[in-house]
Design a protein around this ligand. Sequence first.
Ligand code: MN
Length: 245
Amino acid sequence: MRILISNDDGYLAPGLAALADALAAIAEVVVVAPDSNRSGASNSLSLDRPLSVQQAANGCYFVNGTPTDCVHVALTGLLDYRPDLVVSGINNGQNMGDDTLYSGTVAAATEAYLFGIPAIAFSQVDHGWQHIDAAARMARDIVQRRFDGLASPFLLNVNIPNLPYEALGPLRATRLGRRHPSEPVIRAQDPRGRDIYWIGPPGACLDAGEGTDFHATAQGAVSITPLQIDLTHKAELAMLARGLA
Ligand code: MN
């Protein structure tokens, strides 16, 4: 099995190294990751400039672009083979509910999925890399499951609580929860007295009920959500059509 690994925290992130080390034991791995932290990059492609690919001493490729750029370049030019699986992460912090729309971690996996390759995004729920080795071992367990029963390609979003391996709960199939709208921007002044704005924190949980990713991870379980990309609001389609007739 050949696995392409990317992330959005950048090629020096501990979560990426832990994931690559864990998967190297079961597969041939190649890492293509952003040269800096691109968390929140979503599915953006860099169309206004060329991309450079460099290789670190450990063999990892790094790109002056977004997570989506990395996977796109890897699949359409850099690699001379088609990976069997693309994984992303392990992200420093959760990607649950509405986070998935902004996440560069999920976006890297999504890019592979759009190219017809099965993909899994991995995130640790809390920031700080506590128990990252346990999360990497769990990620390897999940990759080894193969998910042959799912339609191919599949796109899975996995969130792992920051717990020792033995303390991690069961794998649980979940749906995305929902968040309240984000907190307001934080206004400050730059050294020249001009107003500047920092994007504020994400909103609190709105739907964290049973069955959601929020609910599962709060109980110590490992949340696995199958994602799809068709944004069509199917329930509104007929209503719109009637309104237009
Ligand atoms: Mn990140």
